[in-house]
Design a protein around this ligand. Structure first.
Ligand SMILES: Nc1ncnc2c1ncn2[C@@H]1O[C@H](COP(=O)(O)OP(=O)(O)OP(=O)(O)O)[C@@H](O)[C@H]1O
Ligand SMILES: [Mg+2]
Length: 458
C-alpha cells in the first residue's frame, strides 16, 4: 500500500537499536511515510516541537530515558499525539501498564511490519489526523491568519471547516485571548457568505437600551432621542455573518429578540409593527459557562440551544505550547513590519522561557510580551532577561477594554451604593436605570445592597 498524498504523515521513530531503527525507517518510507529517526528519547524530545510528528513510535527499554518516560512527557504537552510503544519479548507487563495509561498501542518485538503499518493507519484515524492529509491540498486561505502547529489546533480547524461551510450557528467558548474573534473571521471566510459583510458586535460594551436599537434597529421617534430611523446591525449584515462577542452579557430582553432572529430569520426594529426578513449567520463567543448562566436565570436556555448548534473550544495556550515559538516569531515579524524595524528574534534561552511560561492571558498576552520585548530591546536578539521582565509585567496594568469597563462599572456601583447607603430606588434613579436593571447589574457584580446599609448603621 503506497500513500499518494502530497504531504505524507510524519512518524517520529525512537529506538536505541540502530539496525532496527534503520530497518523500520526504510520500511515506513517505502510505504509513503515521512520518518524522523532518533536513537534516544532525549533526541526525540528535542525534535518533537520542530518536526511535529503525527505519531510517535518508540522502543520501551532504552539506555537513558525510557519509552514510558518519553510517553509521559509527550502526553503532558501534546494531548492528542498517539504513541505506539515497541517492547522486546518478555516485557509484556510493562506494556500492559503502558496501554492502561493511555498509550495508543504496543507491539512486541520481533513483529511483522504489516502489523505496524495497520497500527499506524489506525492511530492516524483515531487521532483525527487522518483527514488533514487528504485535505492538505485544500485551500487553506480561510485560516491563513491562524498560526499554529499543534495537533489540537489542527483538529479544531478541521472541525471548524466542517461547520463553517454549513449555515449553522456556532458558539466559540474559550478563555480570554485565545483567538475567538480571529476564529470567527476565519469561519466567515470559509463560508459561502465570505463576499458579504462580517460584523462584530460586543454585547458587553453597550448599555442595554442602546444595544437593542443597535442590533435590531429603530424607527424615527421610537424613543426619546431617536431623531432618525436606524436599520440596525442585523439588517446591515444581511447575507453575511454577525459575530456576537461576550454573548453571556446580553440582557434578557435582547435575548428574546435574538431568539426571534434565529428562529424566524426576521427582525422587528423598535417602533415597527412589522418584521423585516434578514439572512444572517450567527457566530457567538463567550468565556462564561453559559449552562451555569442558564441555571442562574441569566441566560435563556432556548437561545443557548439555538446558538450552540456547534460549539468550538479554542485550547488555552498552555495546552499548545508547541505553537509558542511559531507565534512569537510571527509576532516579531509583524512588529518589525509595523515599526519598519529590522528583523528581531528571541535568543534560544529567551524562547525557552516563553515556551514554559503560564500564559493566563493566552495569545493576547504573548503578543503583548513580544511587543514589549521588541520595543525595549536595543539589539536584534531579545535576551532572556528582557522576557523575564516582560513576564513580570502584571497583566492588570494593561486591562482589556472589557475588563476595564467591568472594573469601572463595579467601582461605580460601589460608590453609588455608598453614597445612597444602599437605597436601591435612589441609586437606580441617579444612575438612570430602572430598578430591575439596577438589580441585575448588582447581581452581575455580586453586590448586596444590605452590606451598604449595615455599614452605615453600625
Ligand atoms: N492562532 C493565532 N495566530 C495568530 N494570531 C493570533 C492567534 N490567535 C490569536 N491571535 C491574535 O491574538 C490577539 C487576540 O485574539 P482575539 O482577539 O481573536 O482573541 P479573543 O479570544 O477574542 O480575546 P478576548 O477574550 O480578549 O476578546 C489578536 O491580535 C489575534 O490576532
Ligand atoms: Mg474577543
Amino acid at each position: 500500500m503506497t500513500r499518494n498524498e502530497a504531504k505524507p504523515p510524519k512518524i517520529l521513530l525512537v529506538d536505541d537499536d540502530e539496525d532496527l531503527l534503520h530497518l523500520i525507517t526504510v520500511r515506513l518510507k517505502a510505504n509513503g511515510y515521512d520518518v524522523n529517526a532518533c536513537s534516544s528519547a532525549e533526541d526525540a524530545l528535542k525534535n518533537l516541537a520542530v518536526y511535529r510528528p503525527h505519531i510517535v513510535v518508540t522502543d520501551l527499554k532504552m539506555s537513558g530515558m525510557d519509552g514510558m518516560s518519553l510517553y509521559e512527557i509527550i502526553q503532558q504537552q501534546y494531548l492528542n499525539l498517539p504513541v505506539i510503544i515497541l517492547t522486546a519479548h518478555g516485557t509484556i507487563p510493562d506494556a500492559v501498564t503502558a496501554t492502561r495509561q493511555g498509550v495508543f498501542e504496543y507491539l512486541t518485538k520481533p513483529f511483522d511490519g504489516n502489523i505496524l503499518l495497520n497500527m499506524l493507519e489506525k492511530a492516524l484515524k483515531h487521532s483525527g489526523t487522518a483527514g488533514p492529509y487528504e485535505n492538505k491540498s485544500d485551500d487553506r486561505e480561510w485560516s491563513s491568519e491562524v498560526i499554529y502547529r499543534s495537533p489540537v489546533m489542527e483538529a479544531l480547524l478541521q472541525q471548524t471547516k466542517a461547520a463553517a461551510v454549513t449555515n449553522v450557528s456556532i458558539l466559540i467558548q474559550s478563555q480570554t485571548g485565545t483567538g475567538k474573534e480571529l476564529l470567527a473571521r476565519a469561519i466567515h471566510k470559509a463560508s459561502d457568505r465570505r463576499d458579504n459583510s462580517f460584523m462584530a458586535f460586543n454585547c458587553s460594551a453597550i448599555p442595554e437600551p442602546l444595544l437593542e436599537s443597535e442590533l435590531f434597529g429603530h424607527s424615527k421617534g421610537a424613543f426619546t432621542g431617536a431623531t432618525r430611523a436606524h436599520s440596525g446591525l442585523f439588517q446591515a449584515a444581511t447575507g453575511g455573518t454577525v459575530f456576537l462577542d461576550e454573548i453571556g452579557d446580553m440582557p434578557l430582553a435582547a435575548q428574546a429578540k435574538l431568539l426571534r432572529v434565529l428562529e424566524q430569520q426576521e427582525v422587528r426594529p423598535l417602533g415597527f409593527t412589522q418584521s423585516i426578513p434578514v439572512d444572517i449567520r450567527i457566530i457567538s463567543a463567550t468565556h462564561h459557562d453559559l449552562l451555569k448562566d442558564v441555571e442562574e436565570g441569566a441566560f435563556r436556555e432556548d437561545l443557548l440551544y439555538r446558538l450552540n448548534v456547534v460549539t468550538l473550544e479554542l485550547p488555552p495556550l498552555s495546552q499548545r505550547r508547541e505553537d509558542i515559538p511559531l507565534l512569537a516569531t510571527y509576532f516579531c515579524g509583524r512588529f518589525a513590519d509595523k515599526h519598519a524595524r529590522s528583523t528581531i528574534k528571541f535568543a534560544p534561552e529567551a524562547m525557552e522561557l516563553l515556551v514554559s511560561a503560564p500564559w493566563p492571558g493566552n495569545i493576547r498576552q504573548l503578543q503583548n510580551v513580544v511587543e514589549q520585548c521588541a520595543v525595549l530591546s536595543g539589539v536584534p536578539v531579545i535576551s532572556r532577561k528582557l522576557v523575564e521582565r516582560a513576564l513580570r509585567f502584571k497583566p492588570d496594568k494593561l486591562l482589556s477594554l472589557n475588563e476595564a469597563r467591568d472594573k469601572f462599572e463595579h467601582d461605580y456601583l460601589v460608590r453609588l451604593l455608598n453614597l445612597t447607603e444602599g437605597n436601591i430606588a435612589l441609586a437606580a434613579r441617579l444612575s438612570q436605570r430602572n430598578r430591575s436593571e439596577f438589580y441585575k447589574l448588582l447581581r452581575r457584580h455580586g453586590l448586596e445592597p444590605e452590606h451598604f446599609r449595615n455599614n452605615t448603621s453600625e
